[in-house]
Write a protein that binds this ligand. Structure first.
Ligand SMILES: [Fe+2]
Length: 470
């Protein structure tokens, strides 16, 4: 078959059509015995040739989850598509029936299916002993471990009949899942809610935005507050119908961060104007006296939704720190260092409380969605350690995996996939977080290559054993 013209359909962006369960026989180094659980990575992996391959957007493919199960110093690999209703319908038809992100308003699916296919391809979360596959504009799908079978779509017992964005937040102290979604067509443009640790929806409110409808990818929480980002990737169906893109950068719409009490309704939200920019991903937020501190990857502008050209240097995010003074209403913000980073992660036991360490991937200078190093950020002195991948090898999101009986914030491993484009081989790297600069303690070769994708997640063996049954 000829190589696809669209760069996101060729090379290691091309989908795999095999679903396998195999041991990982080749390991360089030693897999630590005190690491037990599942390294999971999801991403787009289209089942069928897109209707319009030229218009294929890297967000478009059907969700596929890749898992490396690590236990007793050994590893095995498994990958499965998320069996969404749309995936099953297209399987029955034997072809793609939905268009993609660049085809909004241009490709009409049949009348008996929703306008958009829930792709379940963006991120994963662990909440109420369930593994959830998330997608910006649809309900989560529950997946089962270890086999990655799709259990069902969930609306939390009917209590949240909306989408759950790709990045809800789990409060590790209360077990609550703090969720939001956005509507590009009608106010309230944002819905916000809380699901308790048993999966029951306890609070919902609709938040009207002062400007145009916008795309909101992530949020942040502290122990008492939630942060909603109104940043100017605006939606316009008229723009899409006139040959433009539905979501586009429109700085005149301004940039604000809304802070509301965790159980507050929309009337309690306070908007803080910030410098125009965009946050795709947060490290963490927490309270310090009257201040809310937010650390995030922030870019001065973005055209990530437009794939017709390479990403420019000023579209690559930098580590950014905001301070919102709830008493005075003042905001201060600063760029911390100049390393272009994304896919920010922390030890998730510290979500909402002060953290010292963050982990992120460093952008490759020219390969848009690919990364050439993983970075450990230490807030004490804002020091960074950078672990570069060998030439020709590219990584994506690394996550923190606590050591069994972990005792300190960085007592664990930093785990992620690295792909060697020369050898066409993928490895799962395991880095000791406290000896970060020493390089990986284990490089686990996956038995088949893992296409580039989006977010990763770690589920400990102890959590997986508590998984909700039936
Ligand atoms: Fe994301």
């Amino acid at each position: 078959m000829a190589e696809a013209a669209n760069p996101y359909l060729r090379g290691n962006f091309a989908p795999t059509h095999e679903e396998v369960s195999l041991p990982c026989a080749r390991v360089e180094g030693t897999i630590p015995k005190d690491l037990a659980g599942f390294f999971l990575r999801t991403g787009p992996n289209n089942q069928f040739e897109p209707i319009d391959p030229e218009a294929y957007h890297p967000f478009d493919g059907d969700g596929m989850v890749h898992a490396v199960e690590i236990r007793g110093g050994e590893a095995s690999y498994r990958n499965r598509w998320v069996r969404t209703a749309g995936f099953e319908r297209e399987r029955k038809e034997g072809r793609a029936i939905w268009g993609g992100f660049n085809s909004i308003g241009k490709v009409q699916p049949p009348a008996d299916v929703p306008m958009m296919k829930n792709l379940a391809n963006t991120a994963l979360a662990w909440h109420a002993n369930r593994l959830l596959a998330l997608w910006e504009a649809g309900s989560p799908h529950e997946l089962r471990l270890p086999d990655l079978e799709t259990v069902d779509e969930t609306d939390f017992g009917g209590g949240w009949p909306y989408a759950v964005s790709a990045h809800p937040k789990v409060d590790p102290r209360t077990g609550e899942l703090i969720v939001f979604c956005y509507s590009p067509v009608e106010q309230p443009y944002v819905r916000y809610g809380i699901v308790d640790g048993r999966g029951v929806v306890k609070h919902t409110t609709g938040i009207e935005l002062p400007g145009a409808p916008v795309m909101i990818h992530d949020m942040a929480i502290t122990e008492r507050h939630s942060l909603i980002f109104d940043m100017p990737v605006t939606f316009s169906i008229e723009r899409a119908m006139n040959g433009g893109i539905a979501f586009d950068w429109e700085p005149a719409n301004g940039s604000r961060v809304g802070i509301l009490p965790r159980y507050g309704d929309a009337s309690k939200i306070r908007w803080f104007d910030v410098q125009t920019g965009y946050i795709f991903h947060v490290f963490n937020a927490w309270e310090e006296g009257d201040e809310v501190v937010l650390e995030a990857c922030r870019t001065a502008r973005t055209s990530i939704l437009e794939t017709s050209r390479d990403m420019q240097a000023d579209e690559q995010a930098r580590f950014h720190r905001y301070r919102f003074d709830l008493a005075s209403g003042k905001v201060s913000e600063e760029r911390v260092g100049d390393i272009p980073v994304e896919f920010s992660r922390i030890n998730e036991a510290y979500v909402g409380v002060p953290t010292r360490y963050g982990y992120a991937a460093r952008f490759h200078p020219t390969r848009g969605l690919l990364f050439d190093a993983v970075v450990k950020h230490d807030r004490q002195g804002d020091r960074r350690e950078v672990l570069e991948f060998p030439s020709g090898q590219f990584g994506q999101e690394f996550v923190f995996a606590p050591r069994v009986a972990s005792r300190a914030e960085d007592d664990g491993y930093v785990v992620g996939f690295v792909h060697d484009e020369r050898e066409n081989a993928t490895e799962c790297w395991v880095i000791d977080a406290q000896r970060f600069g020493a390089g990986p303690v284990a490089r686990i070769r996956t038995p088949h290559t893992v296409p580039y994708g989006f977010h990763s997640h770690w589920v400990s063996a102890a959590d997986a054993a508590k998984q909700a049954r039936g």
